[in-house]
Write a protein that binds this ligand. Structure first.
Ligand code: ATP
Length: 458
């Protein structure tokens, strides 16, 4: 299996991902998605939205704001608990996550590190809004998209007349001031999440939780991840976050060069959050901190309850949350699709991406670039496909045909069209399949139907 270094170099070389702020020496934990990266990332998000929202009967979408009133994060518990334990080295002044620093590591100032006791370090990015920075103008960049969903529960419920069970789905940026961003886009400070909060009657949560685990694993497999590179890991009761009744992580083999289970790490977490969040944000509700301290909610303006006609009572729904990282899913799809094959004594690098995810669906290549009729025909196919099918199609004439095929293989383009002399005679073109490398002759008029059969629209 491919290792991270090869993926990083492919990403930079072919324009999937660049270092954030590279021009000024970079900004650690940020990455910029380039021309191919933005296409792949959009496709990952669209595939998720299609499966989670469009193909289900019980889901609504949401796009809530990134800047949050600090009261949301006070009552969600993030202000008090969203932290990692940190140690500082008194000699080199560097800061480390307590569970990740090796006390026997050499210090750059000589000898071993001289570490302080671990102290909590809040992971949220604080900012201020309005012209004057003061205690009253503090806002936070959201550390997860989930809170925007919880505080809109009542708005969505009232505006859609939904009955339980139903879910709210959201995709968007989240920010965490991670102490040690690393492993490329695996752990970053600005990332995207795809989250569902699925609201159910208390008592139905355990069954629904199990169903979501199955559904989410199936989604990764549907879009191309090999089942042997996925694992589920149920957290032990003593490891659970204080709000969680049960949590299962979906792990992907991100680190194939490590030993045993260390090869796998989290791409998504599915949590049974009980009624914790809606109780925190409920008018007159309360936040219960991990040490049992209760913080009554004195600011919320709405009840976060659901009227159940069966029991004729107001209830606070339970919530099951499948929470995935866009960037980690992107990396998993990229790694899983990467193959090197020997073809005619040379190495062919190919991304066998699911066609729906591929950044470019079709590349149109002229056999001769100095033959105006061929070029014109090729360009017209490109234009037509882009316009009528919505499939990202490119035209390329900057090398010989063999090299052009290899370039498209390396970025996962499922089909290449070659326009040649016969095309001018009978309006047919050659379509080459990325995976089989087989070629077939197709009438130019039939191309749209040919591809719509083979490439799922998202
Ligand atoms: P980890 O234990 O790896 O820090 P987490 O358990 O804190 O992750 P969650 O809060 O459950 O993560 O967030 C849900 C998903 O969001 C994760 O499964 C992951 O895909 C993504 N995610 C979380 N933090 C980051 C990050 N710093 N960089 C990239 N993706 C992230």
């Amino acid at each position: 299996m491919v290792d991270l270094d090869k993926i990083i170099s492919l990403c930079k070389r072919r324009g999937f991902i660049f270092q954030g702020s590279e021009q000024y020496g970079g900004l650690q934990g940020t990455w910029d998605y380039g021309p191919l990266g933005v296409e792949l990332k959009n496709n990952v998000k669209k595939a998720w939205w299609k499966s989670m929202v469009y193909e289900r009967e019980d889901m609504e979408g949401l796009d809530s704001s990134i800047l949050l009133n600090s009261l949301i994060l006070k009552y969600s518990g993030h202000q008090d608990t969203f932290s990692d334990p940190m140690c500082d080295c008194r000699k080199c002044k560097k800061r480390f996550r307590a569970d990740q620093v090796d006390p026997n590591e050499k210090c750059s100032e000589g000898g071993l590190h001289d570490l302080t006791e671990p102290r909590p370090f809040n992971l949220m990015f604080k900012t201020s809004y309005g012209p004057v920075a003061s205690e009253d103008s503090i806002a936070y960049l959201r550390p997860e998209t989930a809170q925007g969903i919880f505080v809109n529960f009542k708005n969505v419920l009232d505006s859609t007349n939904r009955k339980l069970p139903f879910g709210i789905a959201q995709i968007g940026k989240s920010f965490r001031n991670e102490i040690t961003p690393r492993n490329f886009i695996f752990r970053v400070r600005e990332f995207e999440q795809m989250e569902v909060e699925y609201f159910v009657m208390p008592g139905e949560d355990e069954k629904v939780y199990e169903e979501w685990i199955k559904e989410r694993v199936a989604w990764y497999v549907k879009y191309g991840i090999k089942p042997e590179n996925l694992k589920t890991l149920a957290q032990k009761p003593e490891e659970l976050a204080h709000y969680s009744k049960a949590t299962t992580d979906i792990l992907y083999r991100f680190f194939p060069d490590r030993e045993g289970d260390k090869q796998f790490d989290e791409v998504e977490g599915i949590a049974n959050r009980r009624d914790f969040d809606l109780t925190c944000h409920n008018k007159g509700g309360k936040l219960v901190l991990p040490d049992g301290t209760e913080v009554p909610n004195q600011h919320a303006v709405n009840k976060m309850t659901y009227f159940d006609h069966v029991s004729n009572s107001h209830v606070i729904p339970y919530v099951v949350e499948p929470s995935a990282g866009v960037d980690r899913a992107f990396l998993a799809f990229l790694m899983d699709s990467y193959e090197e094959e020997t073809v005619n004594d040379s190495t062919r690098t190919v991304l066998k991406l699911h066609p729906a995810l591929a950044p470019i669906k079709v590349a149109v290549l002229p056999l001769k670039k100095n033959k105006p009729e061929i070029v014109e025909f090729a360009l017209s196919i490109k234009k037509d496909l882009m316009k009528t099918s919505g499939m990202r199609t490119v035209y390329d004439d900057t090398a010989g045909i063999g090299k052009l095929y290899r370039r498209q293989d390396e970025v996962g383009t499922p089909f290449c069209i070659t326009v040649d002399f016969d095309t001018l005679e009978n309006s047919t073109v050659t379509v080459r399949n990325r995976d089989t490398m087989e070629q077939e002759r197709v009438s130019a008029d039939a191309l749209r139907a040919y591809f719509s059969d083979k490439i799922e629209t998202l």
